[in-house]
Design a protein around this ligand. Structure first.
Ligand code: BTN
Length: 322
C-alpha cells in the first residue's frame, strides 16, 4: 500500500487528494493518513495542503526499500528487494535465502555490514551509509563450467552505471574491480552453489564506496569514493535502481554469456588491457602484456616468448594500478 501511494504521488507530480488516493486504491481515508505518516517517518517529504491533498516533495537520499522500488525499472532483477539497516554480509544473507528457494532476481541491500567479505578471504568494510552493499541472486540454467562470464558481465554493468549516473570515467580492472584512475571504487564478489552438472544459484555481491572521505591507512592510497571523485552526494536509491537496470541488461539480456557487443564493450572499458601484468602460476610469478579478454572472460597475456597465457582467476597485479 505504501508503495502504491508513492507511485501515485510520484507519477502525478502534483497534489493528489486523500479521497482520490483512497478511491483509486480501494482503502479508507484513515489507512491513507496512516501510510503517509509511515512514509514521512521513513524520510519521504510529503506536503499536505487543505483542499488540495498530498504532494511528494522529496525522497530519502540514504538507502530505503520503498525509494529503490519507486525508481526501479526492471523485469527480473529486484522483483523481490529488501533493504536491511545492518547485516553481517549481504552475500551470506542472500545465500541463505537461495538455499531456502528464493526466486531468481532477489536483491538484498544493506546500509551497513558488520562482517563484509572481499575476494581471496579479505574483509570488505561497509560503514553506515558510507557505502552500498548489494547482493543479487540469480538462477542461470547453465553448467558450473559455463558461468565464468557472470563476473565480468557484472563488472561491465556496474562500470556503465557509475559512468552514466555519476558522469565519471570509471574503468574495469580485470576481472571486475571498478577503478577511477589508479584507485578502486567498487569490488565484486561472485559466489555460487552448484551440483556436479547444474548451477543452483549464483550470488553477485557488489560493494560501492559512496560517501567515504577517508579510508583505513592500508588502502588509502588505492581506494576512492563517489563523493571524493565528484564532490557531490548522490541519491543512493536512484543510483541503485540504475545499477540494477544495467545488471539486468548485461546479465539477463546477454543470457549470462560474455560475447559479441558485451565483450567488445568490456574490452574497451578494461584498463588492464595494454598494460604489463604479473600473475601467479603454481609458485611462480609470471609477467607479460595483457592483450585481450576471451569469450567467457579470461585474461589473455602475451609472454616474452610470444606465447599467450590464459588467466582465469586469482590475483593479478597491473603495472601502474595496483
Ligand atoms: C573485493 O573486491 O574484494 C570484493 C568485495 C565485495 C564486497 C561486497 S559488499 C556486498 C557483498 N557482501 C559481501 O560480504 N561482500 C560483497
Amino acid at each position: 500500500m505504501q508503495n502504491k501511494i508513492l507511485n501515485l504521488l510520484y507519477n502525478t507530480k502534483d497534489y493528489v487528494s486523500g479521497q482520490q488516493i483512497s478511491d483509486s486504491l480501494g482503502v479508507s481515508r484513515q489507512a491513507v493518513n496512516k501510510a503517509v505518516k509511515t512514509l514521512r517517518d521513513k524520510g519521504f517529504g510529503i506536503e499536505s495542503a487543505t483542499n488540495r491533498g498530498y504532494l511528494l516533495t522529496s525522497t530519502p537520499s540514504f538507502l530505503c526499500e520503498e525509494a529503490v522500488k519507486l525508481f526501479l525499472n526492471t523485469k527480473l532483477i529486484g522483483k523481490s528487494l529488501t533493504v536491511l539497516d545492518s547485516v553481517t554480509s549481504t552475500n551470506d544473507y542472500i545465500k541463505k535465502l537461495g538455499s531456502e528457494g528464493a526466486e531468481a532476481g532477489t536483491v538484498v541491500l544493506a546500509r551497513e555490514q558488520t562482517a563484509g567479505k572481499g575476494r581471496l578471504g579479505r574483509v570488505w568494510q561497509t560503514k553506515k551509509d558510507d557505502g552500498i552493499a548489494l547482493s543479487v541472486l540469480l538462477r542461470p540454467e547453465l553448467a558450473p563450467s559455463e558461468i565464468s562470464s557472470i563476473t565480468p558481465l557484472s563488472g561491465l554493468a556496474v562500470c556503465r552505471a557509475v559512468n552514466d549516473f555519476c558522469m565519471l570515467d570509471s574503468r574495469i580492472k580485470w576481472p571486475n574491480d571498478i577503478i577511477i584512475g589508479r584507485k578502486k571504487l567498487v569490488g565484486i564478489l561472485t559466489e555460487m552453489s552448484a551440483e556436479f552438472d547444474k548451477v543452483d544459484y549464483t550470488v553477485t555481491g557488489i560493494g560501492i564506496n559512496v560517501e567515504h572521505t577517508t579510508f583505513p591507512d592500508e588502502i588509502s592510497h588505492k581506494a576512492t569514493s563517489i563523493l571524493l571523485e565528484t564532490g557531490r552526494h548522490i541519491d543512493q536509491n536512484k543510483f541503485v535502481a540504475t545499477v540494477l537496470g544495467y545488471l539486468e541488461q548485461e546479465l539477463v539480456l546477454n543470457r549470462y554469456i560474455l560475447s559479441g557487443e558485451a565483450l567488445a564493450d568490456y574490452q574497451s572499458l578494461c584498463a588492464t588491457i595494454g598494460r604489463q601484468v604479473t600473475f601467479t602460476r603454481g609458485n611462480r610469478q609470471i609477467s607479460g602484456m595483457a592483450v585481450s579478454i576471451s569469450q567467457g572472460g579470461e585474461l589473455e597475456v602475451m609472454l616474452s616468448n610470444g606465447t599467450i597465457a590464459t588467466v582465469n582467476s586469482g590475483e593479478v597485479t597491473v603495472q601502474g594500478i595496483y
